[in-house]
Design a protein around this ligand. Structure first.
Ligand SMILES: Cc1cc2nc3c(=O)[nH]c(=O)nc-3n(C[C@H](O)[C@H](O)[C@H](O)COP(=O)(O)O)c2cc1C
Length: 328
């Protein structure tokens, strides 16, 4: 399939694996890229710029296809060394960066001077337009369904994507709630040039996370996510578990007086325990509503090939068939 996104990133299929904390290691990024999609290493999961440089080098050993690095600008407990990370990206020869959180304006000159294509992930039309105006090459439009941070507007993709299509000149992919061929074909119909998946890629053989996490995703339904940290205007969609319930109880009890320190035990530094050790109640972790559509743990190649084959069948069979014979 050829779209503006496959052309922009020189990839075979219009499918991107979004940056994911403690999931987006070289192993997953390379598997997605080798399957013809765009794999993305999560920059901030690497503790230092030197560690990121090693992870990039490792990814290059595993694939000769294009891959990217995610740079997330979110309120974190300690401020990361962004200039150092960007240097590692440039020196590592990476040509695609996915930015998220705050807009990346301050770092755009460095990225653009190095010939890097920037896809900015954001959750509203106004932020997408801002990304376009500061020179981003593409946008990942993240609807309310998404795992991670859906923002504060709560606009689902059936509205957000066509609204983005009405306003944007640069290409965009649909992100949030994307799982299969139906998602891809719908996203294309709504004006996107491809799709970005997070949660779905966690339940793949190559995702270097604990088996407990993958099985939790297969077991979960679309009813099992919760929104946390809304009172702090740092909303995150997570899987419901004991830590989520503890956190929501504190939110209910403290109301407007809630501070980050009150919930630090449930959110800070919990990812290694969950993703690497499989301690499923150690804290809250991002998960999309799309968990309800995840029923197996295929390889990335199996997943992507299945999506592309079924998408073609949907377009040529179901959709074209509905049009019937032309009567002119
Ligand atoms: C476990 C997990 C961790 C994530 N971590 C990040 C992150 O560090 N930076 C980021 O920009 N997005 C992060 N995301 C968001 C994804 O890149 C992607 O935008 C989102 O998962 C799309 O929604 P979906 O889960 O419905 O596919 C994370 C998502 C998940 C599920």
């Amino acid at each position: 399939m050829k779209t503006r996104i496959t052309e922009l990133f020189a990839i075979q299929h219009p499918i991107i694996q979004g940056g994911m904390h403690y999931v987006g290691f070289a192993q997953l990024a390379a598997a997605v890229s080798n399957a013809g999609g765009l794999g993305i290493i999560t920059g901030l999961t690497q503790k230092s710029a030197a560690d990121l440089a090693n992870e990039i080098a490792h990814c290059r050993d595993l694939t000769d296809k294009p891959f990217g690095v995610n740079l997330t600008f979110l309120p974190t407990v300690a401020s990361p060394d962004y200039p150092g990370y960007i240097k590692a990206i440039i020196q590592g020869g990476v040509k695609i960066v996915e930015t998220a959180g705050r807009n990346p304006q301050a770092y755009m000159p460095y990225l653009k001077d190095a010939g890097i294509r920037v896809i900015h992930k954001c959750t509203s039309v106004r932020h997408s337009l801002k990304a376009e105006s500061i020179g981003c090459d593409a946008v990942s439009v993240d609807g309310f369904e998404c795992g991670g941070h859906p923002g504060e507007d709560d606009i689902p993709n059936f509205i957000l994507l066509p609204r983005a299509a009405e306003e944007l000149k640069i290409p965009f992919v649909a992100s949030g709630g994307m799982a299969d061929a139906r998602s891809l074909v719908a996203a294309l119909a709504l004006g996107a040039e491809g799709m970005n998946m997070g949660t779905r890629f966690m339940a793949t053989k190559e995702a270097p996370i604990h088996e407990n996490v993958k099985q939790a995703l297969v077991a979960a339904t679309e009813l099992d996510t919760r929104l946390v940290m809304r009172p702090l205007r740092n909303t995150e969609r997570v899987l419901n578990n004991a830590a989520t319930e503890r956190l929501l109880e504190k939110e209910a009890a403290l109301g407007k007086n809630l501070k980050f320190e009150d919930i630090i035990g449930e959110v800070a530094g919990v990812y290694p325990k969950i993703m690497l050790e499989g301690q499923m109640d150690a804290g809250v972790w991002s998960c999309g509503m799309v968990a309800g559509l995840i029923h197996d743990v295929p390889t990335c190649k199996e997943l992507i090939e299945r999506i592309m084959q079924e998408a073609e069948a949907l377009i040529r069979g179901r959709l074209e068939g509905m049009l019937g014979a032309r009567r002119d």
